[in-house]
Design a protein around this ligand. Structure first.
Ligand code: FMN
Length: 219
């Protein structure tokens, strides 16, 4: 698969959450997804356990069912839609409200179009966290996040856009039924919509200055 001409630093600074610039009409070849997942499997995982699994969903009716669960989560009390509306209502003035409305466009767009995104990737990990201590939970989640991010970086390097989402997990059990996942033994950790991007140029995100978050030797 062709690889974009990006330096490693460019890859690390321009792998953004892509929603409105996902090309919903261009098919994604199964091989490129396999290639990105092969790279992802090189990520660290505790004790060589490799308890990770990745479900690639391309079947339109399966994607529609997952998107419906995601949509339901955003509309739940206290869900994304309530949070976005509260944020906009709390704006200091009309100008800020207009700016926040623009910020809300991207998550709202994804909610409305998720079923059209050609590939959904669901990273999963064997075992559930519900009854684990904090230290056990840290290791458990940590078994799958590095590989998940590697997948997203590899996707970007091949012209694909992704966004890490977790909202469908409000209805994880229902999603497990849709996908045939043994819910008691295997936990889904997110849903990554994947599509080619409209254009390949992305900018680094605005972030707090390093010195606001850097603690050297002590807090
Ligand atoms: C753990 C985690 C969960 C997220 N869940 C969602 C989600 O359910 N839906 C969504 O649209 N974005 C989700 N995001 C994306 C964030 O809302 C945000 O857009 C992103 O982290 C910042 O992207 P940027 O650096 O490209 O600006 C999630 C991000 C993370 C790290």
């Amino acid at each position: 698969m062709p690889i974009l001409d990006l330096s490693i630093d460019e890859l690390l600074t321009t792998t953004r959450s892509v929603r409105k610039r996902l090309d919903l009409t261009r098919p994604v070849e199964p091989e490129v997804i396999r290639e990105c997942l092969t790279l992802a499997l090189q990520a660290p995982t505790p004790g060589g356990g490799q308890r990770w699994h990745f479900i690639v969903v391309t079947d339109p009716s399966q994607r529609e069912a997952l998107a419906a669960l995601y949509h339901k989560s955003t509309r739940s009390p206290g869900g994304q839609e309530d949070i976005l509306n509260q944020m906009i209502a709390a704006a200091a003035d009309q100008q800020e409200a207009a700016q926040l409305t623009r910020v809300a466009e991207s998550p709202r767009y994804l909610t409305e179009h998720l079923h059209e995104v050609p590939v959904h990737v669901i990273p999963c990990i064997e075992g559930r966290t519900e009854n684990l201590s904090a230290v056990e939970q840290a290791a458990h989640w940590g078994e799958i996040w590095p590989a998940t991010w590697s997948f997203m970086l590899a996707a970007r390097s091949r012209g694909l856009g992704t966004v890490l989402t977790t909202l469908h997990l409000d209805f994880e059990r229902e999603a497990a039924e849709v996908l045939g996942i043994p819910y008691e033994q295997v936990m889904q950790v997110g849903l990554i919509p994947v599509a080619y991007t409209l254009g390949t140029s992305f900018k680094p995100a605005g972030r707090k200055p390093l010195d606001e978050v850097l603690h050297w030797d002590r807090w």
